[in-house]
Write a protein that binds this ligand. Sequence first.
Ligand code: ATP
Length: 366
Amino acid sequence: MSSHKIAVIGGDGIGPEVVEAGVKVLEALTGAEPGLAFDFKRFDWGSDYYRGNGRMMPRDGLDQLKAFDAIYFGSVGDPDLRDDITLWGLRLAICQGFDQYANVRPTRLLPGLTGPLRPELGRQIDWVIVRENSEGEYAGAGGRVHRGLPIEVGLDVAIFTRTGIERIARFACDLASSRTRKLLTVVTKSNAQRHGMVLWDDVVREVICDYPGLTVDWMLVDAMTQRMVNKPDSIDTVLATNLHADILSDLAAALGGSLGIGATSNIDPSRRHPSMFEPIHGSAFDIAGKGIANPIGSFWTASLMLDHLGEVAAAHRLMVAIEAVTDRAEFLSPDLGGTASTAAVTAAVIGALGFNEPPKNRRRAV
Ligand code: ATP
């Protein structure tokens, strides 16, 4: 029996709380799934580490992580530190250093939850957003000139490469093809951005030709926000650039009920480097240390990680348990209108791991 080697980085705020809850659930899952085993190693990197060491992670941080099968991440961000220190020093340093170019974010309204849409519309949400995660508007290219003078200039250059577009388009087409509806929506803004986004359109169009079994439609990003709200059933898999997908997936999270529920994976599809799995919420310092953070996003994250590790049965069992718990009002945390603590939700999910009836809804991680 081989153990999956998991690097655990709790990070800041509620990150360590929800990730430790997730580790408890994963450990309990080994009792339910024969042959499943984990070897967890914790890393205390993040904003407190920065205060002590002047860096978010050690200089050789990526070297320390590269031997792991996956990274289970909490959140990063600190009210007293700038995001360009915290985010770029840890989360983005790992995503970019390990070429985790595919960010995948599933959204569904889990049983028992009500989002802001009318129930008949909310229940139609079953999407997966594929975000280009290595370049585009987050490439970090640009600069500031004439600092402090009236003529000061700030410049951010979005970078789109043929290779970068082609590989994410292929990933999205493969993922869309693996889902029941085989429906892909490509998001663009080439009416306004006449260079990079036109290259995006051209290259995606070329890749799509290799997938005759897919139904593909195109949306401008602004119109896409309306479609997500008004016609959720018309959407399945979505491909978008780094910035567009960032914005659309926050909208998706809100429509899915709470920031505390969503999960995301940062994948290196070549598998040369470990991929990283994290809840979508941030460090939420307003509730840190109070024991009320919703750990469901962290559990869904764990299910995505299991899927990636090839532990499909365990991923499914965990999703079944999560959905059994969200369906019970007494186990909803305060962000969902309930009173359950992080520990109570965790215990409930652990208790439900044995419960594996045939799904009435889909229980895929993605
Ligand atoms: P960051 O700057 O790290 O993104 P933030 O506090 O600005 O952090 P989030 O952490 O994403 O943003 O959270 C926004 C709000 O949503 C929080 O203030 C918190 O009240 C709520 N929230 C986020 N995650 C959870 C969670 N897991 N459980 C309960 N509430 C949450």
